[in-house]
Write a new protein. Sequence first.
Lengths: 291, 795
Amino acid sequence: MKPSAFTYHAPRTLTEALTLVATLDNARVLAGGQSLMPMMNYRVVQPEHLIDLGRIPELAFVEDTADGLKVGAMTTQRTIERSDVVQKRCPLLIDALFHVGHQQTRNRGTIGGSICHLDPSAELPVTACALDAVLTAASNNGRRKITFADFPAGYLTTSLEPDEILVQIDFGKWPERAGSAFEEYAVRPADFAIVSIATVIALDEGDIVTDARIAAGGIAPVPTRLTNVETMLKGKRVSSALIERAATAAATLPAEGDDMNPAEYRQELAGHLTQRALTKALQRVRASADT
Amino acid sequence: MSGKSLGTASLSPERSGELIGSSVPRVEDTRLLRGEARFIDDIVLPDMLHAVFARSRSAHARIKGVDTAAAKAVPGVHAVLLYADLRPLLTCDRIPLALAAAAVKFDAEPVCLVNDEACYVGEPIALVVADNRRIAEDAAALIEVDYDELPVVTDPHDGLLPGAPRARLDCPDNLTAEHVVKYGDVDRIFGTAAHTFSEQFRMEKGGGFSIEPRGIIARYDAVEDLLTVWNGTQTPHRAKTVMVQTLGLAEHQLRVIAPDVGGGFGPKAVFHPEEIAIPAAALLLRRPIKWFEDRLESFTATVQERRQIWNVEVAFDAAGKLGGIRGRIYHDHGANVPYGVALPYNGITNMIGPYVLPALHLTASLCLTNMVPVAPTRGAGRPQGTFVMERMLDRIARTLDLTRDEVRRRNLIPPEQMPYATPIKQRDGSVMTYDSGDYPQCQRRALAAADWNGFEERRVAALREGRLLGIGLANYVEGTGRGPFESTAIRIGASGQIFVTSGATAQGQGTKTMLAQLAASVFGVSPDRVHVTDGDTAATPLGLGAFASRQAVTAGNAAYLAAQSVAEKAKAVASVMLEVAPEDLELKDGEIRVAGVPKLKKSLAEVARALGGLPGFALPGNMDPGLAAAVDYQPMGMTYTNGTHIAEAEVNPISGAVKIHRYTVVHDCGRMINPMMVEGQVRGGVVHGIGMTLFELMRFDDSGQPLTGTLADYLLPTADVVPRIDIHHMESPSPLNPLGVKGAAESGTIGAPSVVISAIEDALRPLELRITELPILPARLRALIRTAQKAAKHA
């Protein structure tokens, strides 16, 4: 359980890193290493070059802008979790991080690393999916923006080109009068979730749903937006009956299962967690409206 | 003094002082906490090479050829060894591990490397030795094995059907052994019983997964003509015996040392192929070689427990008293037999537990399969037997509308019948006899400690909050302190330091403290003044090691008797030196003092020096030389620990999640030497049992490929899912040994599955759901609940 031989590169600037990814064959970019290193130890991946982004300061930042929260790809999960700006501008991220690994792994793990690893049970990609995050990929040819919907190319696979590095995630503007929640079920706390639900719901003063976003992890090879459930909610006055109907709809969406956690079980969990998440998000809207 | 047990010698209270029975700090901990311990991977020898095994990727195949050319060509590789390379160093084709037993139909012993037939994924085929581990892994990946695939056996029931493929072509069929345990007039009892029912139980149990995996270092020193093997084993003396036999060495040419070992739990009591392959390679290459198991190998190359299927029928009367049990057990034994065939037998004999069972007829069939070999892990088959009995008692209670505590009360062996000869005749012909205990009182105390009678209020209060709470109860007995012997010697030299050497072997359970505490109690010193050497064949010629919750009973009594013998001798010598009658002397703080005259004394060091001898002078009092004694303690019989567990669990019917809120244990392991260490063992055992009930599952597909290979898939119980465990003690001293002690290391595991499942069923009581399988992970529990809900809707 030792990785096969590789050359370690520790660029100090993004430009240097981009030159390396553009020129080296069979190279992998190393972020926090919480998934990549075990995969290398198991020899599931055997890169010849490892490009460590950990010494590039320009990739680690949390920025509050007029367009909303922007986070550098190499920002550690622990930094985000403790950020007042994130708490104010994108509280869903904090809720999601509560479920991510352990404090020790969050000290190393980065937001960009998790989003690029794209594990279907990981919390951060599901959050990015719910928030329609816009990802910035950089290469020697410049930068391009990718909306999260276009980001996954399949199981554990992104649409980044081999010479591209994810540098920034824009979470957009947090809606007015909104509440959010992240709910998941794992056998042990901090395990990979079997199913997870991220939601943001916004209401007008008459309790009419003005915005609803729901994303699920664990029912498909990539994070899934529950668009028909969102449509059910939008424009309606919230009630427990409405949430109930939304949960029932979430529980009837197609899901992919396996021997351990069959589709039927995942569907039931999706419904149950949707109900829990919407209820909690709604409570939060009301709590924030009261203050 | 050796050879004979002193079963009835009594413990003299003035000698033991307060030390026995007190929770003194562990003598091991200073080194462990300072990081000064030396585990296998901490040992680095000059010129040491590193080994990696290339293992079978097929569950069953004829090996037509192995191409090692590319692997050999990797820079830094010293050798790539196959069976044919090692065979000239070996005295036999297979590792001689067969244990004589009437149940054995034929032997299926393991090989150190596959010759022509691979029988499970992970079986070692080639050994790569290189400058470092990484290079060895690079090279191992380049070895090309030409597999001719054969049909596989993956189920212990189907593997015994006529026409089933053979798991090993060198065996006539897959039935490697069969046990029949039979007593009482079973047919008559079933013919006349008021009630009977039958049930099928399907139980998985997992591996040991100690924090330190297995590891081995072998070094041959040509100057000394000595092969030294550092081996993370629970049984260094047995390992030496097997190595001596297989490598054709004499005893003086081999030393086996179990250094600091980070957990055992059973698998490290088993001799694995690597324990021959690495020493053989070290002899061949004349370089020290280290192999350290990686986590993937923990799943594919280390013995584990797995599936048992029990088809049983029970007869009982209108009052709920047991009449008889009959049925058949199918036991997955894996691809070979590295550690005897006692696992299902333990399950059967343990099933009767603390209950009166008039008749029994069970047959256990041990089926070879194409999966990792099976050998005992903590509990060694007993959790399964107890599970079957306790599930059936719960169902009897339900059938007769009795409470679960009442049905047990009616069947418990009354204390006045102790010692209680069960109707079971053991493998050695002796009758399985419970030595002491008060089972009804144990249950009574547990019910009180857990506030069993107050539970309904808690259930109702929880229901008001929409939470489903249940309570479970289980009793169990564990045979501990297996013989035939253990050796412990005590020697005091000119320094006055008390040295204990023992065949006992520690893996973290506090064995050194236990031995030091017993010796210290006799010499009136603090345990940290006693130096203990365990797990070293050079320190003690004989020994058996750690298994069957045995070391306190066997090595502990040996230490205690040896210390007494040394103390008597010290007093006798001091009486000559001080010219005082021995009865006027007392042993305190490591000194022999004249009672009432504290200045008249001799230290143990002075006595030891006197017994060391001076040229030309007689020894004082014409004693034998040396202040030392060795005892090979042979227990008269097994000592039987018992306990009652009660757990309260909350079930989420939607996710199938189970959360254990309260866990109560009343435990009786006879006289306790160190209650803190007993509690550590009981608590660890309970956690292990919770793991096998709710979390741990080793999976294989139909082709015998393991589907579980990381600790992210194989879930061990972590601190955040383990409840607070309240432990209460009873002390029914064993009449069978001088200390009155019984073993404690495995018993926590035995009760846990039964009690957790009982609590889950209770929480789901309205659904009339029965759980007859282990483990029960959330998705599976949800499936059972869903089925029961649908049935309830249609009813």
